[in-house]
Ligand binder design. Structure first.
Ligand code: UD1
Ligand code: MG
Length: 455
């Protein structure tokens, strides 16, 4: 039986921030959520999450019921943190300990460590060119394991060692509990160190295995803003690479960020400085221009998103053209061949086939029938200060520039609104509505003249 303990109680002082470290996002998700996913994928009997600093926030972010929470009230070290959960584990279980700040740990490495633990304890190590900040794995001349020495306690020759402790460890629960109870805090940080259980196990003659990871991303921990940025860039390069393998042609792999799940068909083109968040589906031949931010959207075949557009919670069918500088908010549906142009904001609105709002408009809580044309400067007045109301345009409606459509209001098929109108009443099919002051040209008008000495 397998149980997983995730340590996530630490403050993360080196981040110099009020946000608990394990809540910092990597590819848009908190570090601890990545670790929980990995733990779940192993199919364990139980997952234990040790929380402490910002416990409520961490528990809320984890947002699930399928783990047992343990509170480490005082953060006295990783050994002390593991002790908070180990007492709830079945003594016969194999326990795998993961760190909430090592987010990309891979399941292959974990299977290896679990298999190696047996009746003893197994540790996952990695060799890094720059091991600064990690605990070093110290071996004897024959290469046998001696101890893990934290950087703060390490001599210069120990600090030169490049093999590091990833933090991942597996052992049988009852044995681990015994070793954890024996760990002291006589060290440079006065903390109870989890990796000290390895030296204790060795002293007691239990088998100690070190499994070496060969996956570069797998083992990187996040303690500082620099490490977070470094890991984010490495991870993004991997995600963008996967997207390119699915058929996306990306202008610059270092200028696309993926913070969610992106499904992509063939011949998708993505220009520079694009951020894709949440769940996104891109149909065949979609192109996304430079500097677009797109979240939770479905974009149909051959649609073009022109530069500087911001799209959230929208469904765009095929052959549509959005932007440049368009903003689509949640509840937007853009049908085939429709057009949303520059400085047009659309919210909870359906644009039918071939409908157009090409410039400077706000369309909120509206239905725009197919082939209708909304002129520049048109606003749906959907909010009366208390409630939202709908605006409905039939097919082939023409709304002249700078019109104000005061909802609730309907303009039937073929209706025509003269430019500059304030429409407060429904317009019947094929009617022309003019709702503005008539122009008056005054003959013989004299301009005001300035009086001497004044103003
Ligand atoms: C730890 C290891 C180090 C290893 C590195 C790998 C120890 C003593 N050191 O160092 O050997 O190379 O991870 O990334 O284990 N935590 C608690 N309660 C505490 C302290 C920490 O839950 O009292 C949690 C933190 O939230 C974090 C994890 O344990 O998720 C690791 O703690 P951190 O302080 O980051 O340890 P490192 O210095 O990185
Ligand atoms: Mg750490």
């Amino acid at each position: 039986m397998l149980e997983v303990i995730i340590l996530a109680a630490g403050k993360g002082s080196r981040m110099q921030s009020n946000l608990p470290k394990v809540l910092y996002p990597l590819a848009g998700r908190p570090l601890v959520n990545h670790v929980l996913d990995v733990a779940r994928a192993l199919g364990p009997e139980r997952v234990h999450l040790v929380v402490g600093h910002g416990a409520d926030l961490v528990q809320a972010a984890a947002n699930a019921q399928d783990f047992v929470c343990h509170v480490q009230a005082e953060q006295l070290g990783t050994g002390h943190a593991a002790l908070q959960a180990i007492t709830s584990c079945n003594p016969d279980s194999t326990v795998l300990v993961l760190f909430g700040d090592v987010p990309l740990i891979g399941s292959d490495s974990l299977h290896g460590v679990i298999a190696a633990a047996g009746p003893g304890v197994a540790l996952l190590s990695a060799t890094l060119d720059e091991p600064v900040g990690y605990g070093r794995v110290i071996r004897d001349q024959q290469g046998g394991f001696l101890a893990v020495i934290e950087e703060a306690d390490a001599s210069p020759s120990e600090q030169a060692v490049k093999e590091i402790n990833t933090g991942v460890l597996a052992a049988q629960a009852s044995a681990l509990m015994g070793w954890l109870s024996g760990v002291d805090n006589n060290n440079a940080q006065s903390e109870y160190y989890l990796p000290d259980v390895l030296a204790l196990a060795k002293e007691q003659g239990a088998p100690v295995s070190v499994v070496e990871s060969t996956n570069g991303l797998d083992t990187l921990g996040v303690n500082t803003p620099q490490q977070l940025e470094h890991l984010e860039r490495l991870y993004q390069a991997k995600l963008v690479d996967q997207l390119m393998s699915a058929g996306a042609v990306v202008a610059d792999r270092s200028r696309l960020d993926i913070r969610g799940q992106v499904q992509c068909c063939r011949d998708v083109r993505i220009d520079v400085n694009v951020v894709l968040e949440g769940n996104i589906a891109l149909g065949e031949g979609v192109s996304i221009g430079a500097n677009c931010v797109i979240r939770d959207a479905e974009i149909g075949a051959a649609s073009q998103i022109l530069p500087f557009s911001h799209i959230e919670g929208a469904v765009i069918k095929s052959g549509a053209v959005i932007g440049p500088y368009a903003r689509l908010r949640p509840g937007t549906v853009v049908d085939d061949q429709a057009r949303v142009g520059n400085f047009v904001e659309v919210k909870n609105t359906h644009l039918g086939k071939g409908a157009k709002a090409s410039h400077l408009a706000y369309l909120g809580d509206a239905y725009i029938g197919s082939r209708s044309n909304v002129g520049a400067g048109t606003i749906t007045c959907n909010y009366d200060g208390a409630s939202k109301h709908r605006t409905t345009l039939g097919e082939s409606v023409f709304v002249g520039s700078n019109s104000t459509l005061v909802a609730p209001v309907t303009i039937e098929d073929g209706g025509f609104v003269a430019a500059g109108s304030t429409i407060t009443e429904d317009v019947k099919a094929d009617q022309l509505a003019v709702a503005r002051g008539r122009q008056r040209n005054v003959e013989g008008w004299t301009k005001p003249v300035k009086t001497e000495g004044k103003g």
